[in-house]
Design a protein around this ligand. Structure first.
Ligand SMILES: Nc1ncnc2c1ncn2[C@@H]1O[C@H](COP(=O)(O)OP(=O)(O)O[C@H]2O[C@H](CO)[C@@H](O)[C@H](O)[C@H]2O)[C@@H](O)[C@H]1O
Length: 474
């Protein structure tokens, strides 16, 4: 089965969040299922540098305002098709944001080009490689189905929603520059509340839709989570499946992780915990050492942590945060770090440090207001770092709450709270401290967490089955 994955970011080459992890993990995860997956990526500077000299497989005189070509090669362990189009992608830093921290004004065209080339490769192939499935990710690949339609049709299409909050919406006046068919500016096309939405186009046009957890698939059909697209999701419910993300269990393996003191059980965490405390300048404490690794946005509920922090500290707990994003949240956490000796804050993005946090922490806090899947709670499980999570999306699907029943059955792996409010988080943190203090329960929680499967096996089978079904229906 040949599949072209079309993504705006892909680990290890370019990453701003979980989308990159998943786009980067799918090819290897699916190889075991007989899927030959190649990934189409924009040629950002980091991608071009990693790719080096490779053959050109297609050339375009006018790719949304300049010349462009597609290169084929391998980098970062991935089979890539890369769009070399300097007028669109030769920009340093974050793939989506300019130096002022705002979206590049031509983002609609930049990712229209990604989608257009995805469609083109679907129709014409590359170097005699013809994909049977085009698998796009998020709004950046949303217009692919519109372009395929203009090209007279092509392979079957899948669109995965990693986060419906990003709708790729722009002004209707861009119809021409985006090369969209005006006749498709309709409710069953790309029209969205009087504008253009690339995501809406893909949600209406793709043969199959997936999202990254079963619970989020249900949530997407409700006004609270659908971000104005819940009606579309209800309309397409027959075509929508929730397939849980896995994590890269090689990169996130506490027994072999080069960034930490490797370990295989609770006792082995101790060296990592004291190293983390030393690195962060934290004193010893009686309560749990909590960690957070997160983009700092409203989604992630970190304002709730600031509100609930006193309850954690009162019970002898500590907090280390690594993250960046919203300046007000960054400021709030910096202040907390300055005020409390038991709080340490590192603003920034640091892969290696994220491993040290997750290995050294007793618990990882993921108080998201919504969370399509979430990866860090799964890193936590694998590292015996107990997740404290809001009861939503993939957090509901991956963590087993330490309820009396689950404890009695010996299956609990973490703490869930609902609703996702500061009060409920406060209660959850107090519960965490009580569990942590129980010498009988805590080791069992950690052992359960570490034993829970968080890899790709099951989900890879689900994707492969979906591809087979779609290809067979052609
Ligand atoms: N400061 C920092 N330093 C180092 N690493 C950092 C970091 N901040 C974040 N990360 C890393 O970035 C990734 C974040 O992934 P998540 O799935 O938790 O959320 P995200 O909202 O980005 O992804 C979206 O897409 C994914 C993939 O489908 C869904 O799981 C998720 O729910 C959805 O919101 C993790 O690998 C995390 O370790």
């Amino acid at each position: 089965m040949r599949v072209l994955s079309v993504a705006s970011e892909c680990a290890p080459l370019v990453k701003t969040g979980g989308l990159a992890d998943v786009a980067g993990a799918l090819p290897a995860a699916l190889a075991g299922q007989g899927v030959d997956m190649r990934t189409l990526l924009p040629g950002y500077p980091a991608v071009m540098a990693a790719l080096g000299e490779t053959p050109e497989v297609a050339r375009f005189d006018d790719l949304f305002g300049g010349q462009g070509r597609v290169l084929a090669g391998r980098a970062g362990g991935l089979d890539l098709l890369v769009i070399d189009a300097p007028h669109l992608f030769a920009r340093a830093g974050n793939p989506y944001l300019g130096p002022d921290g705002r979206d590049w004004p031509d983002n609609p065209e930049r990712f229209a080009a990604l989608s257009w080339i995805g469609a083109h490769l679907g129709v014409h192939g590359a170097q005699r490689w013809h994909p049977q499935i085009l698998h796009g990710h998020d709004w950046q690949a949303g217009l692919m189905t519109e372009y395929l339609r203009q090209m007279g049709g092509g392979p079957a299409t899948v669109l995965t929603i990693h986060n419906i909050a990003f709708t790729g919406t722009t002004d209707v006046g861009r119809m021409h520059s985006l090369r969209l068919d005006p006749n498709r500016y309709t409710v069953d096309g790309y029209e969205f509340w009087g504008g253009i939405s690339a995501l809406k186009a893909g949600l209406m046009g793709a043969d199959a839709l997936t999202t990254v957890s079963p619970t989020y698939a249900e949530e997407l059909m409700t006004p609270d989570y659908g971000m104005g697209l819940d009606g579309v999701m209800r309309y397409r419910r027959e075509s929508l499946t929730g397939i849980l993300n896995g994590i890269d269990t090689d990169a996130w393996n506490p027994a072999t992780d080069p960034a930490i003191h490797p370990y295989g059980d609770l006792d082995g965490k101790a060296a990592n915990k004291s190293a983390l405390r030393a690195e962060m300048g934290l004193p010893d404490a009686d309560g749990p050492l909590c960690v957070i690794v997160s983009r700092m946005t409203h989604q992630k509920g970190l304002d709730l942590v600031l509100a609930a922090l006193p309850a954690l500290l009162d019970h002898g707990g500590q907090l280390v945060l690594l993250g960046s994003g919203d300046p007000a949240l960054e400021h709030g956490f910096r202040m907390a770090g300055e005020q409390h000796p038991d709080v340490a804050v590192r603003i920034g993005y640091d892969e290696s440090l994220s491993h040290r946090l997750i290995a050294g922490g007793d618990a990882i806090l993921v108080p998201s207001r919504f969370e399509p899947c979430g990866l860090t709670q799964m890193y936590g499980l694998r590292y015996g770092t107990i997740p404290v999570v809001g009861l939503t999306g993939g957090l509901a699907d991956t963590v087993i709450n330490a309820s009396p029943a689950a404890l009695a059955q010996g299956v609990a792996t973490g703490v869930q709270f609902s609703p996702v409010t500061a009060d409920a988080l406060r209660n959850a943190l107090v519960r965490l401290c009580q569990l942590y203090a129980d010498r009988d329960i805590w080791p069992r929680l950690v052992a359960n967490a570490m034993a829970q499967p968080v890899g790709w096996d099951q989900s890879a089978r689900a994707y492969a089955a979906l591809y087979d079904r779609l290809a067979a229906a052609r």
